[in-house]
Design a protein around this ligand. Structure first.
Ligand SMILES: [Cu+2]
Length: 154
């Protein structure tokens, strides 16, 4: 009887632990646009370009205009994290299971500055490395603004 009770409580504890995890994990949206609807002067953009999330959360990259995608910068993501590359014009989801700063870009518009940052959990573990990673042209320009935004946080 006692053993049965213990087993039953273990099952209850286990199931509630699983449901708590799924309640905690959130899904966020990043939109890919030809023109930022909030600022028409900004072309080829991720909105928001800086996104801070918790470990275990998911980001949905949503294609609002044709011709964009999301690709991680393999030189500027945390150690042990997986790279991603979505198909042009398609929505795509990434679940983040490693803390850190993730730099990414749109494959065809990197040079035009279509880049972004995902900050996961304790994102400072590699933030300085990502910040120091070499960027060119439009990407370099956008990242300068994005790092200012991040540095102004907290
Ligand atoms: Cu693009």
């Amino acid at each position: 009887m006692l053993r049965k009770l213990i087993t039953a409580s273990a099952v209850i504890i286990l199931t509630s632990a699983i449901s708590i995890t799924s309640v905690w994990a959130a899904t966020h949206e990043v939109f890919m646009y030809n023109k930022n609807p909030d600022n028409k002067k900004e072309r080829n953009v991720f909105v928001p370009a800086v996104l801070k999330i918790e470990l275990g959360d998911t980001v949905k990259f949503i294609s609002k205009s044709k011709g964009h995608n999301s690709q991680s910068d393999k030189k500027a993501i945390p150690e042990g994290a997986e790279n991603w590359k979505s198909k042009i014009g398609k929505d795509f989801e990434v679940t983040y299971t490693v803390d850190g700063t993730y730099s990414y870009y749109c494959t065809p518009h990197r040079g035009l500055g279509m880049v972004g940052l995902i900050l996961v959990g304790d994102y400072k573990v590699n933030y300085d490395d990502v910040k120091a990673s070499k960027q060119k042209g439009g990407a370099k320009k956008t990242f300068k603004k994005l790092y200012e935004q991040v540095d102004a946080m907290e």
